[in-house]
Design a protein around this ligand. Sequence first.
Ligand code: SF4
Ligand code: SF4
Length: 213
Amino acid sequence: MSFDIIKGMATTLKNMGRKPTTVSFPEQERELPPRFRGRHVLHRYENGLERCVACYLCAGACPADVIYIEAEENTAEHRISPGERYARVFDMNLLRCIFCGYCQAACPTGAITLEHDYKLACFSPEEMIYHKEQLLEPLGQATVGTNADWYEPPLPDAAQPVPQESHVFDGFEASAASVGMGDLPTEQPVLLVNEEQDEDRRKLAGEQDGQHV
Ligand code: SF4
Ligand code: SF4
């Protein structure tokens, strides 16, 4: 008996008593990590409105050109989402998808998440094009999906990047939009009512002006 056969037999004997690392799929399934990225789901709010406002950010962020959206205006009589628009068509060609999760990260309303459905085998390529009706949560269901696992809430004592609590507008357009005051005129500088901070900012502005002269 050659040495290679003895070595092979030894390996077999060594592993005979070990617990198998495989599972008998589909009878048995592995427990998936919470942040596993499987098939996408479109979410609703608790009042039944769709979270998706057809902003196209997910389609823009997608590196594989998976997402096709057609937007339509909401009206008072026919309101589908809380925004100006909703997605009349929301198709995903999952044959192209690389399950990177960029679409989930780009979505400002938490409308799209990658969930734990990975059994996507099918008999024809057309079946891999998922339509909104297949992706959307049924009426009566309103979950946030894996966003709950991806986005941890900030610590209670974490500094707020914008004055969300006080609603004080500091003159910056970004802050204005964040506190819902995007319509305020920004031509005139509006400084915080804080002498020390105002003084610092004026100095800084003066220095910057000096540099540009
Ligand atoms: S997971 Fe990545 S590739 Fe798939 S649709 Fe989202 S952004 Fe595109
Ligand atoms: S899923 Fe999110 S990012 Fe994509 S269009 Fe809808 S709201 Fe915008």
